[in-house]
Design a protein around this ligand. Sequence first.
Ligand code: NDP
Ligand code: 2IT
Length: 448
Amino acid sequence: MFNSEYLNELFERTKERNNSQPEYLQAVEEFFEAMDFIVCNDPDIEKYAIMERIIEPERIIKFRVTWVDDKGVINVNRGYRVQFNSAIGPYKGGLRFHPSVNESILKFLGFEQTFKNALTGLPLGGGKGGSDFDPRGKSDDEIMRFCQNFMLELYRHIGADTDVPAGDIGVGFREIGFMYGMYRKIVNENTGVLTGKGLTYGGSLVRKEATGYGLCYFVSEMLRVYRNDNFEDKKVIISGCGKVGMHAALKAQELGGKVIAMSDINGYVHDENGLDLNIVKMLTEKAPEFTQKYLEYRPSAVYESNPTKMWGVPCDIALPCATQNELPIEGAKSLVENGCFLVAEGANMPTTIEATKYLQHADILFAPGKAANAGGVAVSGLEMSQNAQHYPWTYAEVDQKLEVIMSDIFKKAYTEARKYTDHRNLVVGANIAGFMRVYRAMLDQGIL
Ligand code: NDP
Ligand code: 2IT
């Protein structure tokens, strides 16, 4: 499978030890494929058991969260924090609240986060956490009680210089606010231990937009470097209309692109003349599902109830911004058949390995999430700096820093890709660039 025997043997062992964790194994496999370009030429990687150590979380915390719903019924959920790697800084990464959350998904996310955070150039280690709690259909009071009880356990494991959680799927301003309030009350400190906070109590300007905006800044760099081109008049399709998808749509439009299709869990809407993003935004702010309701405002748009069919809409640029493995091989084939020339991952691991390879072989420009969606955590890092300084920066300052960080990440991935393989292979480039930083820090700090 890999050219390196060391990686082959280690991957076999990893599969045996984690055979019920498909998402985690998928993330390790993709990473090892990139590492294959470097392990043979650097015996220290094997000698110091770097791969064995880097794929194993430093710590996994698993706890019970008990909360009472509006009917007085007692509910029990599972809470987790995967503290993956702290070689270059405090653990950093989001919290996901979704019924599908389990150890495999959080391990894959924490693993990817380690290299993503390294790519930002900021001193951030990798972590991820969350719960199988489903926020859909819950009242604000129920959400508050859950968040407070979740923090009642999590607080003892985190800290501004230890582990700094943020949002992810199902966790936004509302949830962060409830969790931050509880943390502050228990610990009696205002150190900004979470990022993605509200602007009234230490949040950073541009954080809510950062992942989607950063994705478009990254795509702009790809268009410029590979095609001497830009977003102007490009037809863009986006899956997911949450925090990432919505802000990617707004920035793509601002840069001259035309967002012609967007999806949510219930389907997608397509309008060849471009979706009215004001309506999309207004609808998603009211309730999560917007696609069907969009037709009430724009009857000429087309609605289809299967979101994965959106990959068959003819477009120039596709931005998967919903969830893992939402872009399978059939979707990749449809994209290629219908003229798409660039795919950039706003979500974490939305493209299956098979689909990624198919796109790359078809010469589609492809940006992996750990590089392209790093804008969110980058601005989280900037939020930590502002909190530590006790001084907030202006919107323009943060936005400009975000743009510089994204273009820098592109440069790093491009440079490593060119050095080791094809200059278009940003999957290999991003993995190697992220890895090298964590690797050197691990070597410098001894056998731990
Ligand atoms: P949100 O919860 O805000 O939004 C998720 C969106 O995805 C919703 O619109 C949801 O629809 C939709 N969705 C879920 N499953 C599917 C599906 N199978 N097909 C189509 N749409 C679907 O999450 P975020 O925007 O924060 O996160 C999205 C992705 O981006 C995740 O992979 C996350 O890990 C990643 N990410 C997030 C960052 C952040 O800062 N928030 C940073 C970097 C990456 P519905 O509302 O109908 O359920
Ligand atoms: O996947 C991600 O990078 C995030 N959910 C954001 C993490 C963060 O700490 O801001």
